[in-house]
Design a binder for this molecule. Structure first.
Ligand SMILES: CC(C)(COP(=O)(O)OP(=O)(O)OC[C@H]1O[C@@H](n2cnc3c(N)ncnc32)[C@H](O)[C@@H]1OP(=O)(O)O)[C@@H](O)C(=O)NCCC(=O)NCCS
Length: 220
């Protein structure tokens, strides 16, 4: 296996390979997706396809490639408002009308992050931020600093765009470690076992992924 990797922006011709990587990583082993067994046996989940591709070509996403130009890591980033718009597309409304009961549970967890973290109150001067939406590294390349490198690249482009805040929500204990390593501040955390609807925990991923967290880094 090649030993080193380099980082580059994601471009349109990367989309099939990025999706291939995500289907063998994020789709099955991101802690929430794994816990609800989101994908069917063929790795098909249209809701996740939409979620992943939505921001992919905004010009803020990066890939890690090995010496043979294979994509071995990806981070998908997009610009978001601090406060969701009141247009029926907020996460809570999306959760309420979602027809896929597994994806619906995930949406309720994402909606709770908005409701409790209340970023617009914490950062009233800011209108928008860049948000890390997806991070995934090939199993054979994990724990070698790829995610940390992709987040650092995201910090650079965010600053270049004149955007002060970078947001990273973490369901994985490892992405939370990345956020902590890079000096992000945790603005929301909840034990999954305590995030409930109708008195039942929505999703409880396996250890060590015990906490749902939202991190913010102020870049300048
Ligand atoms: C989360 C994920 C993207 C991390 O990618 P990675 O390239 O392995 O991350 P890095 O090597 O940059 O490591 C980031 C931090 O996590 C730690 N870490 C990563 N994997 C770890 C493991 N298996 N055990 C313990 N620590 C681990 C690293 O030591 C590092 O912390 P440090 O800088 O303090 O040493 C990867 O595990 C993955 O693809 N998981 C499945 C999809 C997913 O969960 N995505 C994130 C959703 S929020």
């Amino acid at each position: 296996m090649a030993q080193s990797y380099r980082v580059a922006p994601v471009c349109a011709e990367d989309v099939p390979d990025v999706m291939k990587l995500l289907k063998k990583t994020f789709y099955i082993d991101e802690p929430l997706n794994e816990a609800v067994e989101l994908c069917d046996e063929n790795g098909i989940c249209p809701e996740l396809d939409e979620y992943c591709t939505h921001s992919l070509l905004e010009g803020l996403s990066f890939k890690a490639i090995d010496q043979d130009d294979n994509i071995v890591g990806v981070i998908i980033n997009g610009v978001s408002p601090l406060k969701e718009e009141d247009n029926g597309n907020d996460l809570l409304s999306q959760a309420r009308r979602c027809q896929n009961p597994k994806f619906q549970k995930i949406l309720y967890i994402l909606a709770r992050r908005e409701e409790v973290s209340r970023l617009w109150e914490k950062f009233p001067q800011e209108q928008r931020l860049v948000e890390v939406k997806v991070a995934a590294t090939d199993q054979n390349w994990r724990k070698r600093g790829i995610m940390n490198a992709l987040v650092k690249e995201t910090e650079k482009i965010t600053e270049q765009k004149g955007i002060r805040l970078l947001r990273m929500d973490t369901s994985s204990a490892y992405s939370a470690m990345s956020a902590e390593r890079l000096g992000f501040m945790c603005v929301y955390q909840a034990l999954y076992s305590e995030i409930k609807r109708d008195d039942q925990p929505l999703i409880v991923p396996k250890s060590p992924h015990l906490y749902d967290k939202v991190f913010i880094k102020k870049l300048f």
